[in-house]
Each structure stands twice: as structure tokens, then as C-alpha cells.
Design a protein around this ligand. Structure first.
Ligand SMILES: [Zn+2]
Ligand SMILES: [Zn+2]
Length: 341
């Protein structure tokens, strides 16, 4: 099969590698689409290490073969793959919080990911995609689950004012999911014009432009000085966490989803003085016993979240170099770039 690999800073190559047969409890999935994630771009651009396996963890495809003991899936089934493989044995796993597992594996870091013809994954990582929009947008289930996990971890309550920082894929999906999960009012920040337009398209009531005027003052004015109930930070970085601490209402909650490339320097006294709650949100897993992936599929299947405006580019696997160059150059207007082997 063909599989793409990082090949030094700013470079990818496509190699021919032997296809693996699924072992006991595993399933081989023929990839139909795999999205380029911001974390893939960090590896591509040399900010993060480059895994020795084929990258790609926003995967949709069709079951090709099942290993011994797999009864829930059969060849031909349309599926998406939850790439975080928790150990199932540690304390957080046993307590129903697999996203906090310290011994997990991650598809694309510990085995080949979705920028390849085929992925072999444990059957417990697969979820069936019902016919209709969820199947057509199967590669968007993973980033939607990231956004949903952050909102459910907060937790966002019906009627809450939600502020979403950052208007990349996760932020834009958090806006749409926040709307579907009952937010009363949604504010968002965006750096680029095309992101601001999409934030409104996905359901933000008001978008505050970063780099224009004073965003903290603008948000204070928009909330009559009270602040917002929940801030979901998908942007990461010192500027975002600072804005989050200032924009949250007294007693409000910050759900931290975006990674911080450097340890942020920030006014943590706001946390004490305003009695803020800081909630970390890692990938996805279970909240109240229900998989974030399952809820993401429901929201897509019912049409309550429509991520189709976010898919701006599609490339075949042979053109993965162009796919990554397009995704890392925001002047292309790229939001979600899909690779379709
Ligand atoms: Zn990702
Ligand atoms: Zn574990």
C-alpha cells in the first residue's frame, strides 16, 4: 500500500510499504478521506517532532478485513476511527476518563495513520457512520469530537454565553457544536477575514477581530461588563489565555483545548480573584459515559452541525505535499484540507 511520511522540515514523501493484516481484535480500514490537522502542520513545519509512522488521524473509510474475534464490523462497513487508544487499565481509564490515560497510544504516532491507503486499528476504536451527512463528512468527526469534548468538559449549560477563541477548524466546530448543545449566545474571535466570515456562518452571533482595537474591551462591552460563562480556547498561546482570563465572568469556566507552544506568561491572579475554573480538555473520550465520537456522529447525522463549509481543499494522496503546503499557508483561505487516497 502507499503511505505518506514526513521527510524533514517542510517535506513529505509517499512510499510503498507492506500492508499489514489485521491481528486479533483489529480491523483493516481502506481510507476514503483523512483531514490535515494543525498538529500535523506543527510536525510538517518542524515545530514538533516528526513521527516515524504515516501521519493522519482524522480518518474515514470502509472496513476491508477483520481480524479474529471481531464481530461488530464486517467488510464494507463505513466507519471513522477514534485514534486515541487508551490502555483501559489505569486509574483514569477505569474511572471512565480515557482521555486522561497516561499510557495511551495514538494512531499516527504509534502505528500508521490515515495518509495511506489503509489503516489497521483495534475494533474498539471504530464507530459506524450512518448513511447520509455523517458518512459524507466522516473525516470531520474527529475534530468535531475535540470541540465537543471541550464543551462537555466545561460543561456548557443551556443558555450559557460561550466565547470561542480561535477560528481554525476546532474553533469553528466549537461554535457550531455550542449552538447545537444549547448555548444562549456565542461570541468568537478571529484573526483573518475569511475565518471571521466562517465563524458567523457556523453560528457565532458576534465575531471580534484580533489585531483590531482592544479585543478584551470589545468583549467586555458586548457583555455589559459581566463577561462570558464559558470560554473555549482553541487558539492556545499567551495572548489567548490572557484574553480568556479577562473575558470570563466571575465564577466562569475556561476550557483549554488549544496547545500552548511555550509556557504562557499570564495573570493567574485572575483565576483566584474571579474564582475561575480551568478545565483541561485532551482530545476526546467519554463524558458521563457517552463517547464524544458518538455524539459528534449524531450531530452530523441529524444535520444539527454542518461542517461542509469548512472543507476548502481536497487532494489525492500523491499530492500530499501540495495538501500540506496549502494547509499551512493561510492566505490560501484553507480551513480543512482533506486527503482522499
Ligand atoms: Zn488533530
Ligand atoms: Zn489508561
Amino acid at each position: 500500500m502507499r503511505a505518506a511520511f514526513f521527510n524533514g522540515k517542510g517535506q513529505l514523501r509517499v512510499d510503498e510499504v507492506p500492508a499489514t493484516a489485521p491481528g486479533p481484535g483489529e480491523v483493516a480500514v481502506r481510507v476514503s478521506a483523512c483531514g490535515v490537522c494543525g498538529s500535523d502542520l506543527h510536525s510538517f513545519l518542524g515545530h514538533w517532532p516528526q513521527p516515524p509512522f504515516a501521519p493522519g488521524h482524522e480518518i474515514a473509510g470502509t472496513v476491508e478485513a477483520v481480524g479474529e474475534g471481531v464481530t461488530h464490523f464486517a467488510p464494507g462497513d463505513a466507519v471513522t476511527i477514534e485514534p486515541l487508544i487508551p490502555c483501559g487499565e489505569c486509574r483514569p481509564c477505569r474511572a471512565g476518563q480515557p482521555s486522561a490515560c497516561g499510557h495511551h497510544e495514538f494512531i499516527s504516532w504509534h502505528r500508521h495513520g490515515g495518509f495511506a491507503d489503509q489503516v489497521v486499528a483495534p475494533a474498539r476504536c471504530l464507530l459506524a457512520l450512518p448513511e447520509g451527512p455523517a458518512r459524507a463528512q466522516g473525516a470531520l468527526v474527529e475534530p468535531l469530537a475535540v470541540a465537543i469534548h471541550g464543551l462537555r468538559r466545561a460543561p456548557l449549560q443551556g443558555g450559557d454565553t460561550l466565547l470561542v477563541l480561535g477560528a481554525g477548524t476546532i474553533g469553528l466546530l466549537a461554535i457550531a457544536a455550542g449552538r447545537a448543545l444549547g448555548a444562549g449566545r456565542i461570541l468568537a474571535t478571529a484573526k483573518h477575514t475569511h475565518q471571521a466570515e466562517r465563524a458567523e456562518q457556523m453560528g457565532a452571533d458576534t465575531v471580534v477581530r484580533m489585531g483590531e482595537g482592544n479585543p478584551a474591551e470589545a468583549l467586555a462591552t458586548l457583555t455589559q461588563g459581566e463577561g462570558v460563562d464559558v470560554v473555549l480556547d482553541s487558539a492556545g498561546g499567551s495572548q489567548a489565555i490572557d484574553l480568556a482570563l479577562r473575558a470570563a465572568r466571575r465564577g466562569g469556566t475556561l476550557a483549554l483545548v488549544g496547545a500552548y507552544p511555550l509556557p504562557p506568561r499570564t495573570a493567574l491572579n485572575e483565576v483566584i480573584g474571579k474564582e475561575l475554573r480551568l478545565v483541561g480538555s485532551n482530545c476526546y473520550g467519554l463524558v458521563d459515559g457517552r463517547r464524544d465520537f458518538a455524539l459528534a456522529i449524531d450531530l452530523l447525522a441529524s444535520g444539527r452541525v454542518d461542517p461542509s463549509p469548512l472543507v476548502t481543499h481536497r487532494f489525492p494522496l500523491a499530492e500530499i505535499q501540495q495538501a500540506f503546503e496549502t494547509a499551512s499557508n493561510k492566505s490560501t483561505g484553507a480551513v480543512k484540507v482533506l486527503v482522499e487516497p
